[in-house]
Design a protein around this ligand. Structure first.
Ligand code: G16
Length: 548
């Protein structure tokens, strides 16, 4: 058998990573995520799949990120990144789940060879992998399991370890490595920093230096990225980092970070206690644990917490781009460029109304970057943001060509084109990126001459709540209609509808989380009291239908 040596070596390595009995792993919203101590067998198998994927694509570089992002520190996770820097193709998510659940080494090897033949993988092709991890204490051990899979290939997969870095930097490096035209930038962390710094300086022009910005780094890897980036821009935008403790056990994402701020609708206690936001005209923002989400906030009158989440960022950015395109007087094939926004069901009703009233088309898709990203690709310039702060802007290849070749007919148009090109370089088009998105927000605020308060004035969010509800088995909750309705458990949706109809501007939906063991409940209505009542009603329904 031609691959006998490979199979022997895979067998020896796989025996060290047996799958615990009775566990069922699944590739969720952003890869596998669970308690870190349950993950070594998954890491090993993901390593195998990364190699298969790269060989299937004739040696294109595949990314592997070890992180559980916003989850608590005891969790960890892993996800694969496709050559374009995007999330793994959904069909291959199923193969990942299949491999992860093979109960024995024998079944793992036979499934592996079945995938090789069904997916027409030529094992003699080269394999190239780039991998990285966040700051979780469990990450180095999990990386060892991944590396064991790479080593099992005697022909040697070519691997690059980026060490501890942010998820978006890993996506960027994968995209830039595979883009041989060089248009996506130099495929290193330094290349990423320099490209963004250059674009930022172009976009800020003579509007700097900007007022200091307080940045909550969630005690995660974003602290390193922020520190590194600040060296590239000096005082143009002075950062005041908070929650940069990556050493203390249990600190990651604890009482801080974008997820905390969004779900609690409050400042991280550390930021509140410091009092830094009480001064007038001060704005702050929070990253999450792997720096792929961003939310902003400020204190109105120095007291009242005001959240500027992913929806507010989408509105700010879409209107800015619309402005620039208008000033550029740029059309593609004599058609105006199509600018659109992609949201999920979590988007506040007011944000959707705001965008539509300004003639910006809005699409709603299920949660998860892969869904938003693909929908955004249907526009010339597609802005996508989840309310939780995960998002980016995509420029279609033809739009970029038009931008580069466009002959402006006035200084104003030339300037707008220059800014749009710089914008396409400032933005991490591979995936949502807290650092890049933060600079984007700063650019727009500087362009408009706004502080956080003026930005906030665009529309008033409907009062809303997002809560986690523990259920016996979240897989019983099956959604339809871009997650806005439940198909199963049978009958539950009718009861939710009855509850919603009791409240003016009421809306509520329930969906199983793909990153945590819970279902998420979202509710909004005209008044805070109504939101509380609606949340209680739907929580009670969930307890009845799916309680432990
Ligand atoms: C991940 C995904 C996001 C999603 C979030 C929560 O974010 O990348 O698209 O919104 O999980 O997903 P769910 O509600 O299914 O648990 P992150 O920042 O945790 O990687």
């Amino acid at each position: 058998h031609k691959y006998a040596t490979l199979l022997d070596s895979l067998q020896d390595a796989a025996n060290l990573y047996p799958k615990p009995e009775g566990l069922k792993y699944s590739y969720g919203t952003a890869g596998f995520r669970t308690l870190a101590n349950l993950l070594p067998p998954v890491m090993f198998r993901v390593g195998l799949l990364a190699i298969l994927r790269s060989k299937r694509l004739a040696g294109a570089t595949i990314g592997v990120m070890v992180t559980a992002s916003h989850n608590p520190e005891q969790d960890n996770g892993v996800k694969l990144v496709d050559p374009s820097g995007e999330m793994l193709e959904p069909l291959w998510e199923l193969h990942a789940t299949t491999l992860a659940n093979c109960p024995s080494t024998a079944s793992l090897l036979s499934t592996f060879m079945t995938l090789v033949s069904h997916l027409r993988v030529d094992l003699d092709q080269p394999a190239n992998i780039v991998y990285a991890r966040d700051t979780r204490p469990s990450s180095p051990g999990l990386v060892e399991a991944l590396e064991a899979a790479f080593r099992a290939f005697s022909d040697g997969a070519k691997v690059v370890d980026l060490g501890i870095t942010t998820t978006p930097i890993l996506h960027y490096v994968v995209k830039a490595t595979n883009d041989k035209s060089g248009e996506s930038g130099i495929p290193t962390q330094e290349g990423y920093m320099k490209r963004m710094a250059k674009a930022f300086k172009t976009l800020i022009g003579n509007r700097g230096p900007l007022a200091p910005l307080h940045v909550d780094c969630a005690n995660g890897v974003g602290a390193f990225a922020l520190e590194e980036f600040s060296k590239h821009i000096g005082d143009l935008l002075p950062f005041r980092p908070i929650n940069t403790d990556v050493k203390t056990r249990g600190a990651l994402n604890f009482q801080c970070g974008a997820d905390f701020v969004k779900t609690k609708q409050a400042l991280p206690p550390s930021v509140a206690q410091s009092g830094v936001l009480s001064k007038p005209d001060t704005r702050g923002c929070s990253f999450d644990g792997d720096a792929d989400r961003l939310v902003y906030y400020y204190l109105r009158d120095g007291k009242t917490f005001r959240l500027l989440d992913g929806d507010k960022i989408a509105g700010l950015v879409a209107m800015y781009i619309k402005d620039l395109v208008g000033r550029a007087r740029m059309h593609e094939n004599n058609e105006p460029l199509k600018i659109g926004v992609v949201q999920t069901a979590y988007a506040n009703g007011s944000s959707t109304k705001y965008l539509k009233s300004r003639n910006i088309p809005v699409r709603c898709v299920p949660t998860g970057v892969k869904h938003l990203h693909h929908a955004a690709q249907l526009f010339d310039i597609g802005v996508y943001f989840e309310a939780n702060g995960h998002g980016t802007v995509l420029f279609s290849p033809s739009c970029l060509t038009t931008l580069r070749e466009f002959q402006p007919d006035s200084p104003e148009s030339a300037n707008a084109i220059k800014q749009l090109i710089a914008l396409s370089e400032l933005i991490n088009q591979a995936v949502g990126d807290a650092l890049s998105d933060m600079l984007l927000v700063e650019v727009v605020l500087a362009y408009r001459g706004w502080g956080a308060e003026e930005w906030d004035a665009g529309y008033e969010d409907l009062p809303n709540r997002l809560v986690k509800v523990e259920v016996h088995d979240r897989s019983q909750f099956v959604t339809i209609d871009a997650e806005r309705k439940l198909q199963y458990p049978t009958g539950l949706q009718d009861h939710i509808d009855d509850a919603v109809n009791k409240f003016e501007l009421g809306r509520s939906f329930v969906r199983p989380s793909g990153t945590e063991d819970c279902v998420r409940l979202y509710a909004e209505a005209k008044s805070t009291a109504d939101v509380e009542s609606l949340t209680t009603m739907v929580t009670d329904l969930l307890t009845y239908y799916g309680g432990p």
